[in-house]
Design a protein. Structure first.
Length: 222
């Protein structure tokens, strides 16, 4: 396409004219490229592919399973009936009277050892404020120091329970073993700290009172 006198020779017009030339050049190049590829490329053919079947394992059909018959029905329990219809249901035991049971035939009361134990046991004192141990850390260190080293080394522990009588000033004035910890040495160690214990006094309203307290002391080997 040649420029005419009416069309100015601008860059846009030059680009349009060159596109036509590049179009035909591209077609010719593509034809040449495909011709070369078809001429020099190797001939491809499909290879023969055979699939070998896997080994077939014949499965034997099991014999017919015989289902056993259901177990026989359990007999129902018999209906309870009175064994002796002539029994007088109002008769239980003979009435208890002093004529039939003289006083001299009655059982004797228990021995007085139980009464003596109860007499020796601490008594309860009415209080509104319980005593509290003030030097707990010091008592703990003393218990650790008094823990028999043979028992500690052997891993023997215990939990003796001790009764402490605390006076109006919070001092321990009497001790008594309530339950043993399983070893006499542990019981002695538990009661040996009574002299160094400091309590706040127990109060019954606004008045200090003397009270017994029960404290378990634990010895545990670590």
């Amino acid at each position: 396409m040649k420029p005419t006198a009416n069309i100015p020779n601008t860059a846009n017009e030059s680009f349009k004219r060159s596109c036509c030339d590049w179009y035909w050049y591209s077609i010719a190049g593509a034809v040449m490229l495909h011709l070369v590829l078809f001429t020099f490329s190797p001939i491809m053919s499909s290879a023969e592919i055979n699939f070998m079947p896997a080994e077939l394992i014949a499965v034997e059909i099991p014999d017919v399973v015989t289902i056993p018959a259901p177990p026989p029905e359990v007999a129902r329990p018999a209906i309870p009936v009175l064994g002796t219809p002539d029994l007088d249901v109002h008769v239980t035991i003979a009435p208890t009277t002093f004529d039939a049971n003289p006083i001299e035939n009655l059982l004797l009361p228990p021995t007085t050892s139980g009464d003596a134990d109860r007499a020796r046991a601490p008594v309860f004192t009415l209080m509104t404020v319980e005593p509290e141990l003030k030097n707990r850390r010091q008592v703990k260190r003393e218990l650790e120091r008094n823990y028999p080293w043979r028992l500690r080394h052997a891993g023997v522990g215990g939990r003796p329970t001790v009764w402490f009588l605390i006076d109006e000033n919070g001092r321990v004035i009497k001790t008594r073993l309530n339950r043993s910890g399983g070893h006499p040495a542990l019981d002695e160690a538990a009661m040996a700290v009574a002299d160094m214990m400091e309590f706040s006094p127990a109060l019954n309203r606004d008045q200090s009172v003397r009270v017994w307290v029960e404290i378990p002391i634990v010895f545990e080997a670590r």
